[in-house]
Design a protein. Sequence first.
Length: 667
Amino acid sequence: MKKVQLTSDGIKKHLASTTPAQSCAEYIWNALDARATEVKISFESNEMDGIKSITISDNGLGIPFELLDKKFGVFLDSEKKNMRKSSKRISSEIHGKDGIGRLTFFSFSRNAEWETIYEKEGKKYRYKIRASSSDLVGYPADSPKEVDGKTKTGTSVSFYNIDSSVINLKDPEFRAFLVCEFCWKLSLQSDLKIILDGIQITAQDNISEDIFLCPLSDISPAFSVRLIRWTNKLHREFSRYYFLDSAGKERFTDFTALNKKGDAFYHSVYIHSSFFDNFFPDTGSENQASLDAEENSTKNEWFKVAKKAADDLLRESRKDFLKISKEKVINDFVEKDILPPYNEKNRWDVIRHNQLTETIGELYNIQPNLFTGGSVDQKKILIRLIDQLLDSSEADSLYKIIGQVLDLAQAEKDALLDILKVSRLSSVVKAVKLIQDRYRAIEQIKRLNWDVELNAREVPHIQEFMELHFWIIGEEYSLVVAAEKDFDQALRELYKKISMTIVDDKLDHPDKNKEMDIFVMRQDKYHNKIHNIVLELKHPNRRLGKKYVRQVETYFEVIFSDPRFNASNMEWSYYLIGNEYDTTGFIEAQLENAKNHAEPSLIFKAKNHKIYVKRWSELITDVELRHNFLNEKLQIQREQLVLEEGAAKTAGEVITRAQALSCSTKA
């Protein structure tokens, strides 16, 4: 009896993670390594509808008796491992390398029996080999007996005493496993058949995209390229190029440059040409060094051109694939709140958000695993760091960091640098346009207030302008109502916005039918805050005093009386805005009285409600200060903008221009 030089327990411990499906795959690979072109997996059921036996048979070369010790007697060092070491020309033809396939049956069966027929010196021989899960180190074998010369060679291995609870050959997942294991091999070897329970396994079951390209068809020999993108990941096989001769035989294989990218672009590329009939791969041997560049080798220019055509096809296909994939990744970031919060009604926020998502998308194109691994918190940190770098003057640092950390090809580094430059330039251009338009709007409101020749009126000019450009009040506000709707209607519309429900109950207050000029709100979802602003705008000729303050106080009283609009997360600010105070000193006294709150322009505060009185000059100064830092960086010449604009002749012309600017300036 022959013996493996290792204990059964040691073998089982080493192979403990092997599943029944992986075990069956190993026996199929053993058959293919023996040059089989057909492998059948069948089973016999018992009386309990379980599995009585499983048989895997092939038409390969069989196991010569004199090689039995090399096949069965050496664990983790099979002769196939040495064959792969000695031949770099056809690295995928020999699959087995550790000599473990023959022992993995213990994961689903107690006994295994091989019957093999091989040929030696023109004669055929048959013998059997047996193994038990209780004694994996032993493999008793019969003496070979000569058989009829017409008998076909091959090996059949049968498994008995099956544990039906761990293996089911009719399970769709079992078939799916074998598809992902062998689909690339089935596409590589056209005459290969693998049949499971009478039904042939095909590569088509895992093909998502099949592309053909015939580069260099105008020269002889021509090259044809077939790119297959797999739906599911291949088992134990990386994405490769396979170079095939005119007979379809593999002569050389090499990895593609798109392995370990972190995406799901699983692929194989098959390149056919008679060029490979006498091919000498560049293995680095002494003989290779003497090959002339005109010979059929990897140094030949035709080989390089054909491979480049395959590279181009591969990358173009991946671009289309990643375009869809990156949209899914970014949508996933949005759903999981990984992206920094932003206000979609604030144009500046939108510019920053778009710049960030564009950069993430392009980085994903180059290195998807930057964003596919790690926890949600880790992704949040990464995205926010990228956002901060893009928003600072250190965008180039992002390029340096990624270039140092990731193993990028020079072409990928160049593409990344171009992306950051274009993204940065695009954001600057958008920012310049935004600030330019806003300064134009500021000049317009100044003229409406202080150019007496325009004869601007309160409702059709001042109020209309502020409705178009309520970003002047704040960056993140959205208009609730304008055109002097009454409080009852306005507050019900607010409630609909914040609660997504319709309020049937009306306000119960004697002043509920009072009208306001403009009512805007800001919903800060990040901090769960709702900030509302009510504006009372006065004609430039009207001086502010007690009468108008009392009008705003009435608004406060109406809103304060209804608990629906006084939640702890809701804040209210009321602004009375005009050119000058009257001579009674009432406004000054109110400002002095509220001085202890240390808020400019504040005259009243009660819980979450505040009333302010502002001159137009103060409001415009606040706006200019908010934009001053950008103005300094972008060096906008405001005077030049005014000259280019030209002076409007009437208040109506100012409003027409304000309407044209409103789309690009308002929050």
